[in-house]
Design a binder for this molecule. Structure first.
Ligand code: TEU
Length: 560
């Protein structure tokens, strides 16, 4: 198998609003990123993915773009961006941007013009429908962020489609002019030197033109999978995009795979398809979210996570490639969701990265996870910023399904702001993120969890990330190979061997708060070299290993 730089490389995701403020206005910016490039490089990551930096009214913090080829002034200027790119490249770091091709902001010029009249040349850039016969909504489609996916444009008496907020009208990809506009945007950035794109909700581009009602009882996740994502022309569009743009550059595409399953993923990413280079799947991130956020969640269950990884192996068998994530800007913090963010915060943060770093696929690391940042407690709805949470809260005030206290609790458990609190750089005021009050509350635990504390502490989470990512960089087996699970039905242990070419690894990960014993017969003909351990000790004999709470171990196996 041929591995490209983007298969082997580790991606570090930056949410620019929360990364580092250099201008003192409480909002992170490009110069903040430039100033931290040495820090980023020191993590041994290879690629930086920056969430949207384009002109935007920030209804959905940049995922509502009003000009794809301008930088949001709060973040800086085009020359700051050029400098960022040059400085990153000079450190051998690639940079990918977040392309948002499914929708624009309602403040984008195209939409402003489209709204002017039914025969405006931009009208067909968006998706318009007449009211239903009873004068109501064209169909019963719910939006991702609560409420219907249609909003009435009073002037024309027609509804426009928006799968996200009403300020994010969906583009009409049936229109070849729209597709050309987006390709133009892509070429603009690629010609400027960027190394690729993370493509926001790329699976939603092709709509089911029957626009028939959906069965709401199947839950939102199934609605996405069956009706919103994977539409009839999606593969034509991605093929065209690849042919007209991507294949002309040494750049890669990582499609946000909302609604993608291990079964249909190869259609997007198998080598011979010439569509996307990798799909970023949601099966770990949404593992305990059954139907959709704020609908139903279950307790964390390791057996389900193990099954996810097992299921996705089939994508490699078909020459496809995926990107893995335990966290991003849309989910609660990984250490709070999947492990233990109190007594064993340190051990479990290290254990989770050990798991992720040894799975097949491209590893993505979300800012702050490398120091074990945790969920935050927002004490009042006024402290909430995220539009998805705010809409849920407002809707709940009407339906009264949950008490206000419960609703806030749910936001604190599941909400997107958990991942968006300012990066904790030091124990200075505002966590060293900014000299002014930040746009979103700083997690009060910044006094103990911060970069500065961890820089020189040998046993810190940060230094553990550095160590494992450095080893991963030199060893392809970390991101590719055949798996063989040990004690597959053990709900406190994730253990496996990996084999790739002549290399072998043994990985043992405890998800238990008490010590556990793993029966494992060490082969006398092999030698086992411990290369990763999140504790200083190890207890083992020839037939078993005792794992301490959340212990993570990797052995390099050599045939004698
Ligand atoms: O996310 C798409 C998406 O599916 C998320 O909305 C996710 O389902 C949700 O947050 C979890 O409940 C992308 C971006 O990552 C997100 O930040 C944007 O809000 C969204 O697209 C719209 O552009």
């Amino acid at each position: 198998m041929h591995l490209n730089w983007y298969n082997i490389g580790t991606i570090y995701q930056i949410y620019p609003r929360s990364f580092k403020d250099s201008s003192g206005n409480g909002v992170g910016d490009l110069r903040g990123i430039i100033n931290q490039l040495d820090y980023i490089k020191s993590l041994h990551v290879d690629i930086i993915w920056i969430s949207p930096i384009f002109q935007s009214p920030n209804n959905d913090n940049g995922y509502d773009v009003s000009d794809y080829c301008e930088i949001l002034p709060e973040f800086g200027t085009m020359s700051d961006f050029d400098e960022l790119l040059n400085e990153a490249h000079s450190r051998n770091l690639k940079v990918i941007l977040d392309l948002v091709p499914n929708h624009t902001s309602d403040e984008h010029d195209w939409f402003k013009k489209a709204k002017q009249s039914k025969d405006n040349e931009f009208r067909d850039y968006y998706i318009w429908k007449k009211p239903a016969e009873d004068g109501g909504l064209p169909n019963n489609w719910p939006s991702f962020f609560g409420g219907p996916a249609w909003t009435l444009d009073e002037k024309s008496g027609e509804y426009y489609l928006h799968l996200f907020t009403k300020n994010q009208p969906d583009l009409n990809w049936e229109n070849p002019k729209v597709r050309e506009e987006i390709y133009k945007v892509m070429r603009f950035w690629l010609n400027n030197g960027v190394d690729g794109f993370r493509m926001d909700v790329i699976t939603l581009l092709s709509k089911d033109l029957s626009f028939s009602n959906v069965d709401l009882s199947i839950g939102f996740r199934k609605i996405i999978e069956r009706h919103y994502a994977n539409g009839p022309k999606i593969h034509d569009y991605l093929n065209e995009m690849n042919e007209k743009v991507m294949q002309h550059y040494d750049a890669f595409s990582m499609g946000e795979g909302v609604g993608v399953t291990p079964i249909n993923a190869p259609l997007y990413v198998a080598n011979d398809r010439e569509e996307l280079d990798m799909v970023y799947h949601f099966d770990v991130l949404e593992n305990n979210i059954l139907n959709g956020k704020y609908e139903e969640i279950t307790d964390f269950n390791l057996l389900n996570i193990k099954k996810v990884f097992r299921d996705w192996h089939q994508v490699y068998e078909q020459n496809g490639w995926v990107a893995n994530a335990f966290g991003n800007h849309d989910f609660a913090r990984m250490v709070s969701r999947f492990a233990n963010d109190t007594t064993f915060q340190k051990q479990s943060a290290k254990m989770l990265i050990t798991l992720m770093a040894t799975q097949n696929g491209t590893l993505t690391v979300y800012q702050g996870d490398e120091i074990g940042m945790t969920n935050v407690d927002l004490e009042h709805i006024d402290e909430v910023n995220d539009i998805q949470s705010l809409n849920f809260y407002a809707e709940n005030l009407q339906t009264k399904k949950f008490s206000e206290i419960q609703a806030l609790q749910m936001i604190n458990n599941e909400g997107r702001d958990n991942a968006r609190t300012p990066m904790q750089w030091s124990d200075e005021k505002y966590a060293g993120f900014s000299s002014a009050k930040p746009w979103l509350k700083v997690n009060p635990n910044y006094t103990s969890i911060n970069v500065e504390n961890q820089l020189d502490e040998e046993g810190s989470i940060l230094n553990y990330y550095r160590k494992i990512l450095a080893i991963k960089k030199e060893n392809d087996i970390f991101c590719v190979g055949e798996f063989s699970e040990i004690e597959q039905n053990n709900e406190h242990l994730f253990a496996y061997t990996k084999k790739f070419e002549d290399n072998r690894l043994l990985v043992l990960l405890s998800f238990s708060e008490v010590p556990i014993n793993v029966e494992y017969k060490f082969n006398k003909n092999y030698s086992y070299e411990e290369i990763i351990n999140n504790y200083e000790t190890i207890e083992m004999n020839s037939n078993s290993i005792k794992l301490l709470p959340y212990q993570a171990l990797i052995f390099n196996i050599q045939v004698n």
